[in-house]
Design a protein around this ligand. Structure first.
Ligand SMILES: *[C@@H]1O[C@H](CO)[C@@H](O)[C@H](O)[C@H]1NC(C)=O
Ligand SMILES: *[C@@H]1O[C@H](CO)[C@@H](O)[C@H](O)[C@H]1NC(C)=O
Ligand SMILES: *[C@@H]1O[C@H](CO)[C@@H](O)[C@H](O)[C@H]1NC(C)=O
Ligand SMILES: *[C@@H]1O[C@H](CO)[C@@H](O)[C@H](O)[C@H]1NC(C)=O
Ligand SMILES: *[C@@H]1O[C@H](CO)[C@@H](O)[C@H](O)[C@H]1NC(C)=O
Ligand SMILES: *[C@@H]1O[C@H](CO)[C@@H](O)[C@H](O)[C@H]1NC(C)=O
Ligand SMILES: *[C@@H]1O[C@H](CO)[C@@H](O)[C@H](O)[C@H]1NC(C)=O
Length: 341
């Protein structure tokens, strides 16, 4: 399976394009005729995958205390798929998009049709700054540090195996922790737009660094409807919309400043709001709460023991994450959308 996105199609800008969700009964799209050979991912727990050389529950490889790695280490590393191999109780969007690491067990990214090189860190913010968005843990690797790590170790390793940068898609999904943490550090009455500007300035300074390494295709994901999360969400719909508008403006600027770049902006927010509004069409039964036994080892086989229906019938996995089923629904829409670009 190959993804779309890096063929020689004329560049177009897709701001909040019509990313209409797929109907679940529709046939899975095929990417055979397209040419993406690898996905290089950065972000937070929505995007991280567990690696055998990763920090358990946080990364594919390393952490802030173990920042460097050799090419030999990177290529001996395996993606782990099991109940705790992601933050959603099963395969997440980067695994589903690439088909790399979907089945239970260990996976060598180099043996996948679309290789998945994932440097996301669960709990990451964009910026590591006391009083603004501090690290969740002392081992956390912020987005800016993920990209430093990539420039110093990941990219040289991938160059050593002659990864084709023209057929690599760089995916960035960041901001979920940022928007929540800013409410905690600044208070509900803060003026958030300038803070979101600061974050996006920093995101795109770092995107620029990836561009300078020779990568030209970028996929940006905006914030999901965190305002419809379980319990009492930290943020409301207007804050999420403000964050996403500021993000889109920066992505547009990055596109205008680089004619040789292809910027894809996937409107996760619209897609998942649509799914929430039509949840029964997707087999969801519960979109307001999560199963309290979500992290129990037998949750997949024995949900009723925790007063729950099957985990796949929940939209939310826990207070802050989507279920693997929600990732699957979203990724089907993403694949269809990518094919149209
Ligand atoms: C990883 O997360 C799982 C599920 O929440 C938990 O049971 C396990 O103890 C965690 N592992 C570590 C090393 O923290
Ligand atoms: C540091 O990471 C490497 C892989 O990059 C791993 O082999 C090693 O065990 C890690 N060390 C610690 C202390 O986690
Ligand atoms: C998932 O795999 C990791 C690494 O092999 C292991 O440490 C962890 O206990 C496994 N989790 C489950 C729920 O089997
Ligand atoms: C990191 O934090 C942990 C838990 O809070 C603590 O035990 C550890 O000493 C800290 N490590 C360093 C190097 O500060
Ligand atoms: C959303 O939250 C912000 C920040 O707390 C607040 O200023 C604004 O009035 C809220 N908007 C709505 C529509 O509730
Ligand atoms: C936010 O503003 C409202 C209205 O002015 C005020 O009542 C409230 O105390 C303020 N909250 C904080 C946390 O400053
Ligand atoms: C949603 O799930 C929670 C946790 O299992 C449960 O308490 C709640 O009643 C469920 N809501 C609906 C509408 O099924």
């Amino acid at each position: 399976m190959k993804l779309t996105a890096s063929s020689s199609v004329v560049l177009t800008l897709f701001v909040h394009a019509n990313a209409a969700p797929t109907h679940p009964k529709q046939k899975q799209s095929s990417f055979k005729s397209h040419s993406t050979e690898s996905l290089i991912a950065f972000g937070d727990s929505y995007t991280y995958v567990q690696g055998t050389l990763g920090h358990q529950n946080y990364t594919f490889i390393g952490d802030e205390f173990n920042f460097s790695f050799t090419p030999a280490q990177l290529f001996s590393n395996r993606i782990v798929q099991n109940l705790t191999g992601t933050a959603e109780g099963g395969p997440n969007w980067v695994e589903l998009l690439t088909g790399c690491g979907v089945e239970d067990g260990l996976h060598n990214p180099r043996e996948c049709d679309v290789q998945l090189w994932d440097f996301a860190y669960a709990g990451a913010n964009t910026i590591e700054e006391a009083g603004f968005t501090p690290l969740h843990h002392n081992h956390t690797v912020s987005l800016e540090r993920q990209i430093e790590q990539f420039a110093s170790y990941g990219n040289p390793a991938l160059e050593s195996i002659h990864l084709n940068k023209k057929k690599a898609l760089v995916a960035i999904w960041i901001g979920i922790n940022d928007i929540n943490d800013l409410v905690s550090t600044q208070g509900k009455n803060a003026s958030f737009a300038p803070l979101y500007e600061k974050i996006q300035d920093r995101v795109f300074e770092n995107v620029e660094k990836i561009y300078e390494l020779g990568y030209k295709d970028f996929l940006f994901m905006n914030l999901p409807p965190l305002d419809r999360g379980p319990g009492t969400p930290n943020v409301n719909a207007s804050l999420v919309a403000s964050f996403n508008t500021i993000h889109a403006a920066h992505a547009n600027d990055f596109q205008s400043n680089h004619k040789d770049v292809k910027v894809l902006q996937f409107d996760v927010n619209s897609v998942l709001n649509y799914v929430l509004d039509h949840y029964q069409d997707y087999g969801f039964k519960n979109v307001t709460d999560y199963c309290p036994g979500y992290n129990q080892p037998d949750i997949l086989t024995n949900p009723s023991q925790y007063g729950c229906t099957d985990l796949d019938t929940y939209f939310w996995y826990n207070s802050g994450h989507l279920t693997s089923r929600t990732h699957e629904v979203m990724t089907k829409a993403l694949k269809r959308w990518l094919l149209k670009q």
